[in-house]
Design a protein around this ligand. Structure first.
Ligand SMILES: NC(=O)c1ccc[n+]([C@@H]2O[C@H](COP(=O)([O-])OP(=O)(O)OC[C@H]3O[C@@H](n4cnc5c(N)ncnc54)[C@H](O)[C@@H]3O)[C@@H](O)[C@H]2O)c1
Ligand SMILES: [Zn+2]
Ligand SMILES: [Zn+2]
Length: 418
């Protein structure tokens, strides 16, 4: 942390015995990305985090990234009523440890999985840390409703998900620091391991849910960072053919190289479904992955429909997945959906006999195995990075990524660069 030796103010010094020169330690405020409302993220000076629990650690962040999930807060789709430090993809050096943290010490270099999970409740014991019963006491519950009874906490992800400050900052408090963070070897750079925090385990989760036996056709909707990580994971899990779909050509170009996959440009959803069926003797893909979520590209009609139905965004990509998958196939929903949607094709789900699985990825479950893949060179993660910016330029980072300007795919931020 940044410290300075500061003399006591004069009025205190004057009241002290003459000849004594008093100095004290003062923490400077740190820099952090703060959301102030839709479309407004700025780099502010905020208070440094402090240990609040004996299982906490304070991490000096050395690299952090913007996730497609952050864009849902940025767009207002996930409202955040008060200013909050964003960011759930981060890594760094342990600065301080709470008394109960025995497995880490100051100076250790770690990556941190994005769900905040206690490590010993019912759901943590069942390998689904996103449902942790202890990390989000204010807003947790079994219902999973629109504005009540959500899941476990996430770093920097609105008050509904725990209200914890995130890691797009120079320092971050990491609760349950003895459970989430994983040490990383010195010979790997930050960029080589940063995406173990979220998007690589997330992409891998979507493929793991698809029960591949080897040789299957996987169709991934969304060629953003999550979709590309799903493509990389599909090859690791033995897929025979991987195709990725997006509405934006430059994203497909990136996916083709980084994900080594075939591509389909979504100009009209029906045509995409026909192309996937044509690749699979008319049956459909064995596994479809929705890596887009509730805020796909939408025309005026889509937007009007959402207003009339009082829905947030659209479920059209999930519907396309359910059409493009073969009978008795698998659909993995990695893209986020915050509300209920009427007209959900439950009849099609039943008739085709689909297995649909979705939710926050259990990053803790996969991170150790995936770190081994990175160490062994079986997968390369940093080839999706298109922009490296100082944290001070966070506003530009969000804007570029949201508007998909300058061929942006993934923005990594350096909290310490001038
Ligand atoms: N489940 C999890 O644990 C988890 C973790 C990380 C991210 N996510 C979610 O995954 C989704 C993707 O994240 P990302 O970082 O890749 O974001 P992103 O916004 O960069 O990527 C989304 C991609 O979808 C494309 N797209 C838009 N409309 C489309 C359509 N009709 N058909 C096909 N593609 C379309 C966009 O052009 C973009 O390339 C987001 O909803 C994010 O919140 C979920
Ligand atoms: Zn994320
Ligand atoms: Zn738990």
């Amino acid at each position: 942390m940044a410290y300075a030796l500061i003399p006591y103010p004069c009025y205190i010094a004057n009241a002290l015995p003459r000849g004594l020169f008093f100095l004290t330690l003062q923490r400077f405020n740190m820099k952090a990305a703060v959301i102030h409302g839709p479309g407004k993220v700025t780099c502010d000076n905020v208070d440094d985090p402090i240990l609040k629990d004996e299982r906490d650690i304070i991490l000096k962040v050395t690299a952090t990234a913007i996730c497609g999930s952050d864009l849902h807060i940025y767009s207002g789709g996930f409202p955040q009523p008060r200013p909050m430090v964003l960011g759930h993809e981060f890594m760094g050096i342990v600065e301080e440890t709470g008394k109960q943290v025995k497995n880490l010490k100051k100076g250790d270099r770690v990556v941190v999985p994005f769900p905040i999970a206690c490590g010993h409740c019912f759901f943590c014991n069942h390998d689904v840390p996103g449902n942790c019963e202890n990390s989000n006491p204010e807003n947790y519950g079994p219902e999973g409703g629109l504005v009540k009874e959500k899941g476990g906490a996430l770093f920097g992800y609105t008050d509904l998900y725990g209200g914890y400050d995130g890691g797009q900052a120079q320092y971050v408090r990491v609760p349950y620091g003895d459970y989430g963070p994983r040490k990383v070897p010195d010979n790997l750079t930050d960029e080589q391991v940063l995406f173990l925090t979220d998007i690589f385990p997330t992409g891998y989760t979507g493929i793991d849910w698809g029960n591949l036996m080897g040789g299957e056709t996987v169709a991934i909707f969304g060629a953003g960072p999550v979709g590309i990580m799903a493509a990389k994971s599909a090859w690791l899990k033995g897929a025979g053919r991987v195709v990725i779909v997006d509405t934006i050509q430059y994203r497909l170009d990136k996916a083709k190289v980084a994900g080594q996959c075939e591509t389909i440009l979504w100009e009209d959803g029906k045509d995409v479904i026909e192309q996937v069926r044509a690749m699979t003797e008319g049956r459909g893909a064995d596994l479809c992955v929705d890596a887009v979520g509730f805020e796909p590209d939408r025309n005026f009609l889509d937007r009007a429909k959402a207003v009339i139905n009082i829905e947030k965004g659209s479920v059209k990509v999930l519907e396309a997945c359910m059409s493009a998958v073969r009978r008795s196939g698998f659909v993995s929903v990695l893209g986020v959906y915050p509300t209920h949607y009427d007209n959900f094709p439950v009849g099609q789900f039943f008739d085709k006999g689909l297995t649909i699985r979705g939710g926050q990825a259990p990053a803790h479950k996969y991170i150790d195995k995936l770190l081994v893949y990175v160490k062994e060179g079986k997968v390369k993660l940093d080839d999706i990075i298109t922009h490296r910016l100082p944290l001070t330029q966070i506003a530009d980072g969000y804007s570029l990524f949201k508007k998909k300007e300058d061929n942006c795919v993934k923005v990594v931020l350096d909290p310490w660069a001038a």
